[in-house]
Design a protein around this ligand. Structure first.
Ligand code: ZN
Length: 381
């Protein structure tokens, strides 16, 4: 611990001094109680206001309690840090201005839950502001996801869709207005996002995906992909998979069924890809390939029963997964796994998981995303 640090309790962690004990935090199961018969910890805690350095805190406590050694005061501060209660108020943001600190205030409070005295909560917001996201599809799920991305402060987004607005979209597509029926969704998304968060640089492509190369062209200059494109139902996942693996980009993908939502995430070179999953299903289930062929024969297209609250649940789950992949806080839950949210019970369960197949025709030679990033970083230095 550096003596110049200015420890303070995080904005999200209230502290209650009850006389001879202190309660830290208010969430059941997370709040801590510290007995304090002498009042020395109360004095320390009340002085940790972000204005006093660690050295000054030692002086303040020792003035009233000269028998307490410096090391014990350090140990107490360290214990509060180990529990995740405190941050260093002397850490300044690198690029966030006063406006950003206000606009993303609750985001930054949330991110502070994951940082210690040594780490900057601002860096997490700055990382989000700077990273580049591809969004495939701005329909039901995609338009809600786009809202979440803009609210979180993803400032660089490329969105792709081909559809025009129809009256039947408005039971769930909250981004748009009825007056815009007949207009391209991408253009209306651009108009609305510019109003909602003018800091977002949203670039749009009007394209009906017909082959992997079109996906690759859209995503190649970005860093993370969210795929909610669902047409043509039987092919889109494979085309996107091929492009994702070629570009070496992490992806979160998902879709709404009648009563459930499903999503998965993958990192080429680390987790299995969509083809690895399909191949593992073919081995495990001898009916799978027959059903797939049958659906191809009838040109299966899924009908839509997506209502707005259900779409919101899945959109939230998917953007949370992306946030976990981008920031690492906390760890992603759907890497190489299909997770299913039951819209009636809100229970979430893993319904399928698969490993990277070393003989997979699509991803066997995929370069790991992290290797790619470190390679690019080393070529710059
Ligand atoms: Zn694969």
């Amino acid at each position: 611990m550096k003596p110049t640090m200015k420890p303070k309790f995080k904005e999200t962690i209230p502290v209650f001094c009850w006389g001879n004990e202190i309660q830290i935090g208010e969430e059941d199961g997370l709040a801590g109680i510290i007995p304090d018969p002498s009042g020395s910890i109360t004095l320390l805690v009340q002085s940790m206001n972000g204005k006093n350095t660690v050295d000054e805190l030692v002086q303040i406590v020792q003035k009233d309690f000269p028998e307490i050694p410096r090391e014990d005061i350090f140990t107490s501060i360290q214990a509060l840090d180990n529990e995740g209660y405190i941050e260093d108020a002397s850490i300044e943001p690198t690029s966030l201005k006063e406006y950003d600190l206000e606009r993303y205030k609750a985001n930054i409070n949330f991110f502070s839950l994951f940082t210690s005295l040594e780490e900057s909560k601002y860096e997490i917001q700055e990382k989000i502001n700077n990273c580049k996201i591809s969004l495939l599809g701005v329909g039901g799920l995609g338009s809600q996801i786009l809202y979440h991305l803009a609210a979180l402060g993803f400032h660089n987004i490329r969105a792709l869709d081909f559809d025009r607005l129809e009256l039947s979209n408005f039971n769930r597509q909250l981004l748009y207005s009825e007056a815009d029926v007949g207009q391209l969704k991408t253009e209306m998304a651009l108009k609305r996002i510019n109003q909602f968060n003018p800091n977002v640089n949203l670039s749009i492509t009007n394209c009906k995906i017909g082959k992997p190369e079109e996906v690759y062209d859209h995503i190649k200059e970005t860093e993370y992909v969210v795929c909610v494109a669902d047409k043509p139902t039987l092919y889109i996942q494979n085309w996107v998979n091929e492009a994702i693996v070629k570009a070496g980009l992490p992806m979160v993908s998902g879709g709404v069924l009648n009563t459930r939502g499903r999503f998965y995430s993958m990192i080429p070179g680390e987790t299995g890809c969509v083809q690895c999953h399909v191949d593992s299903k073919k081995v495990a289930d001898d009916q799978f390939e027959r059903q797939l062929k049958f659906m191809e024969g009838m040109d299966f297209q899924r009908n839509n029963a997506a209502i707005s609250p259900n779409v919101a649940i899945l959109a939230g789950a998917m953007v949370n997964e992306l946030l976990k992949i981008v920031t690492g806080f906390p760890a992603p839950i759907a890497l190489g796994k299909i997770m299913e949210v039951n819209f009636f019970t809100l229970q979430t369960k893993e319904i399928s998981s698969w490993e990277k197949n070393s003989t997979c025709p699509v991803c066997h030679s995929a370069r790991s995303f992290r290797d790619k990033v470190s390679l690019e970083a080393s070529s710059l230095s």
